[in-house]
Design a protein around this ligand. Structure first.
Ligand code: HSE
Length: 437
C-alpha cells in the first residue's frame, strides 16, 4: 500500500521533533500502522534546516494554506499554535476533507466544539493527544482505556513550568520570581509565561480533560483559574512541615451540584505518588468507579515527547482511514448526540479543605478569636500552628488546616478575620485536597 501523505504546518520545536521521530522510526511505525506515513509537504515562516534531522524529501514552503489546499495530502498536522491562523487552517483542512492532528490546546479548549462539529459533518477526525500533557497518552487512556467507568474525578499536574517553579521553591528555598526567570531561560515556559504561571495553559488542558471525563461540551470560560504567582517560599515550607506539598493542580470532579472545573495551587498529602512528581514532569490521576485511582506520568513538553503523541495520533488516523466515520472513537469520548448539559459549578459552590495563614498580634485571645470566627461559620479546624515571626516583624504567622467547607462560607469567614484589628493584611488561603482513593 502507498504511504499516507501528510502535510505539516510549523517546523518549530514540536514540528522538528515530529519530522525526526517519524523518519528515525519509520519502519517501526509502518509495521504498526499497516502502511508508511510520510510527511511530503511542510510550511514554516522560519526554521533552521540544520537543526532538524529527517527533512530530506519534504517540500517546504512558507504558505500554510497551500499545504492545506494540496490535494495530495490526506492528513494535516497543525503545530503552529495560537488561534490565528490556526483556526482558519484547521477549518479549511476539514472543509477540504482532510484529517487533522494538532497539539494546540488553546485552540481545542476555545474552539473545539465548532471544530469537532465541522469534522463530524465532513466525516474526518481531529486528533489532539499532544494538546494535553505532552507525551503522556492521557487522551487515549480516558477515551478508550477507561471507557467502562464513571469517572468520579481527576487531578493533574499539567503545566511543567509551574511544577518546576514550585519544586525549586521547595527544594532550594528560592523565590518565585527568580525561578521563573530560570524556567524562561531553560525554554520551559510558553512564549507568554503568564499562560503558565497564571494557570491559563493548565486550564486549557483541564477543559479538555473535563469534557472527556464527563461528556460535556468544552467550556473554557467556566473553568476557574488561579495562578501560583502569590505562593511564597514560606507557604511552601509551612505546608511541608504539616505533611503537605503545594502543587498547581487542575481538578475536575462530578458532584451532586454539577461539575467542578478548577485550576489553582493546592496542598496535597506528601505521601501521594502525584505529590512526588517534580520538576517539569506532568502527571494525571484519574479516579474511575470500576478501576479505582489510576496515575499517568511522563514528560509534559519537549520536542520528542510531544512528537511521540503527534505520531501516535497519525498512526490512529492512518489505521482508521478506511473505517466509517460513525465507527471511529468520538472526539470527546462520548457520542456527540449524547453529550450532557450538566452545569459547571461556580467556585463559591465548591467544597474543599483549606490551608490558611494570617499575620496575628502575638497576645492572648487572638488565636481564640480567629478559631471562633471559623467555628461560628461551621468550619472545623484540623491543625493550627504558630510560627516564628519573620525578621523585623511584630506579628506572627498563624497557620491552619481546615476540614472541607463550601467556599462561599469560607469567603465570609475570611472577611471577618481580615476585619479583626489584631490581624495584619489579608488572609492567605490555599485549597487542600486529600486525593484519596
Ligand atoms: N508550557 C507548557 C508547560 C508546555 O510548561 O507545561 C506544554 O504545554
Amino acid at each position: 500500500m502507498e504511504p499516507v501523505k501528510v502535510g505539516l504546518l510549523g517546523l518549530g520545536t514540536v514540528g522538528g521533533g515530529t519530522v525526526t521521530v517519524l523518519s528515525r522510526n519509520a519502519d517501526e511505525i509502518a509495521r504498526r500502522a499497516g502502511r508508511g506515513i510520510r510527511i511530503t509537504h511542510a510550511a514554516a515562516k522560519t526554521y533552521d534546516p540544520d537543526k532538524i534531522a529527517g527533512l530530506d524529501g519534504i517540500e517546504v514552503c512558507d504558505d500554510a494554506f497551500a499545504v492545506v489546499d494540496n490535494p495530495e495530502v490526506e492528513i494535516i498536522i497543525e503545530l503552529i499554535g495560537g488561534y490565528n491562523p490556526a483556526l482558519e487552517l484547521v477549518m479549511k483542512a476539514i472543509e477540504n476533507g482532510k484529517h487533522v492532528v494538532t497539539a494546540n490546546k488553546a485552540l481545542i479548549a476555545m474552539h473545539g466544539n465548532e471544530i469537532f462539529a465541522a469534522a463530524q459533518e465532513k466525516g474526518v477526525t481531529v486528533a489532539f493527544e499532544a494538546a494535553v500533557a505532552g507525551g503522556i497518552p492521557i487522551i487515549k487512556a480516558m477515551r478508550e482505556g477507561l471507557t467502562a467507568n464513571h469517572i468520579e474525578w481527576l487531578a493533574g499536574i499539567i503545566n511543567g513550568t509551574g511544577n518546576f517553579i514550585l519544586t525549586e521553591m521547595r527544594d532550594k528555598g528560592r523565590d518565585f520570581a527568580e525561578v521563573l526567570a530560570e524556567a524562561q531561560a531553560l525554554g520551559y515556559a510558553e512564549a507568554n509565561p503568564t499562560f503558565d504561571v497564571e494557570g491559563i495553559d493548565a486550564a486549557h488542558k483541564l477543559t479538555i480533560l473535563g469534557s472527556l471525563a464527563f461528556g460535556i461540551p468544552l467550556q473554557f470560560d467556566k473553568t476557574y483559574t488561579e495562578g501560583i504567582t502569590r505562593i511564597t517560599r514560606q507557604d511552601v515550607a509551612y505546608a511541608e512541615h504539616l505533611g503537605y506539598r503545594i502543587k498547581h493542580l487542575g481538578l475536575a470532579r462530578k458532584t451532586a451540584a454539577g461539575i467542578e472545573m478548577r485550576v489553582h495551587p493546592t496542598l496535597i498529602p506528601r505521601k501521594r505518588l502525584i505529590a512526588n512528581v517534580d520538576g517539569v514532569m506532568n502527571a494525571v490521576l484519574v479516579k474511575g468507579d470500576a478501576v479505582g485511582p489510576t496515575l499517568y506520568y511522563g514528560a509534559g513538553a519537549g520536542a520528542e515527547p510531544t512528537a511521540s503523541a503527534v505520531v501516535a495520533d497519525l498512526v490512529d488516523v492512518a489505521r482508521a482511514l478506511t473505517t466509517d466515520p460513525e465507527n471511529r472513537v468520538p472526539h470527546l469520548a462520548f457520542q456527540p448526540a449524547h453529550l450532557s448539559d450538566l452545569r459547571v459549578v461556580d467556585i463559591e459552590e465548591v467544597t474543599t479543605a483549606y490551608y490558611l495563614r494570617v499575620h496575628a498580634e502575638d497576645k492572648p485571645g487572638v488565636m481564640a478569636k480567629v478559631a471562633g470566627i471559623l467555628g461560628d461559620a461551621g468550619i472545623s479546624i484540623e491543625a493550627i500552628q504558630q510560627k516564628e515571626p519573620e525578621e523585623g516583624e511584630t506579628h506572627v504567622p498563624l497557620v491552619m488546616i481546615t476540614h472541607p467547607v463550601v467556599e462561599g462560607n469560607m469567603n465570609q469567614a475570611i472577611e471577618k478575620i481580615e476585619a479583626l484589628d489584631t490581624i495584619n493584611g489579608s488572609v492567605v488561603r490555599i485549597r487542600l485536597e486529600e486525593l484519596g482513593g
